[in-house]
Write a new protein. Structure first.
Lengths: 220, 220
DNA sequence: ACTCCTTTTCTACATCTGTAGAAGCGGCAT
DNA sequence: ATGCCGCTTCTACAGATGTAGAAAAGGAGT
């Protein structure tokens, strides 16, 4: 049985994905979930409570996905991939496929998440619930450590930030002209290529060609 | 003299940065700009018009910055840097400094922009106004072409997406624990390092180690 | 049947929001 | 002065929204 809480928060996610945070109202959620008017308001008396539940639901769904090993597809590799550490290309392929999934089936959740992250800017308590990709972050760090990155923690954070950026730009339809349409092997390949480049870059130890920290300047 | 339009749209940007799109109401803009109630409503009769003006203002401000050569600072290099093509580290340093500026002085604009990009998801007309980083995109492509990237257009798009991601994560305070505080040389150095890694990765021609497009699978 | 409790549904209401039109005001040509 | 015109300010109003409490429905135990 699906709890009423799940019904409400799922409808809320869909709403936010479709209309943005502004569309998230008690009554709109009721309508969207085909529940009698007032239901959402009864379950979450304040709007703040509703948003927090929404964010919590996002976190829960992610946790569930991660636990389930995700991606039982015929066409794409599993995620998370085994962390052999050296097989960066395999990881890249799997990550590309995962990203492409976020663009298709997971589109609503991805959009809602970005909206919530932005919201967390002015509501710090949301950040704690969202954890802000803590799982991905941990995983990325472990992966880069295994791959022998110089500063795995730092590199891991850069990695998830960049991957988030790739996803966000695709979601927003930024490079709609150049990027292949989501859900296609081309899309997965393109994303995988970008991720692969990232991985190779971040696991390369700094050479004389790499950037040296700028000299510190005393300021007024 | 500052036109009233600028006063209004600037206030709108600040509002969106502070409270999100939801905080953007005619009356709130009036209050924020210390204008008599009803002014914003008179200038932009509908909310849609107000948002479009806001987005237009963002685009104009960016254009102005770009034209002015931006960054007349004592401490940080100029942007855009000269496109020598080969001096990737110089470009990385300049870009890192620019990003750090977006995190400090440009914070409001950056936040407002992301909110608008998200908004453009359900309001396509906004995308045309925003141009969605067209300038950066063009520049990135040119730069990567000059640096001898294999597929400069593709790589350029990946580059701006990743850089956007770095900025977004910092804005959202994602890696607040690991990332150095904005406005410091450390912050600039960290960002420059990440950008540098990206640049080096994206200009490297694909080797046997790089990802090969996945084999196509016929699907039901 | 009756009571007690939780869950669900409905209703009320003060406030906010979008939008439009009216009123006020300053200048400028006649 | 008079009338006209654009800009500015004020006001009205229908509808949406957040929030809370009342009413109804359902079920478990006696």
């Amino acid at each position: 049985m699906v709890t009423r809480y799940a019904v409400i928060t799922d409808a809320a996610i869909a709403l936010v994905a479709e209309q943005g945070m502004r569309g998230l109202t008690h009554r709109a959620v009721d309508a969207r979930a085909a529940l009698p008017t007032g239901t959402t308001s009864a379950y979450y008396r304040t709007r703040k409570a509703l948003i927090e539940a929404l964010v919590q639901r996002l976190a829960d769904l992610d946790a569930a996905d991660l636990a389930a090993g995700s991606l039982p597809s015929d066409d794409v590799p599993a995620y998370p991939p085994k962390l052999t550490g050296a097989d960066l290309d395999g990881i890249a392929a799997a990550t590309g496929a995962l990203l492409d999934r976020w663009l298709t089936e997971g589109r609503d959740r991805a959009l809602a998440r970005y909206a919530c992250v932005l919201e967390a800017t002015h509501h710090p308590e949301l950040r704690d619930i969202l954890g802000h990709g803590a799982a991905s972050r941990v995983q990325a760090r472990a992966m880069l450590a295994a791959a022998g990155a110089a500063d795995p923690d730092r590199a891991g954070d850069h990695f998830v930030a960049c991957v988030d950026g790739l996803l966000f730009d695709r979601l927003a339809g930024a490079g709609a002209l150049t990027a292949p349409p989501p859900g296609t092997p081309e899309s997965r390949a393109d994303l995988a290529a970008a991720v692969g480049a990232l991985l190779h870059a971040l696991t390369t130890r700094p050479s004389r060609n790499q950037h040296k920290p700028e000299r510190r300047v005393t300021r007024g």
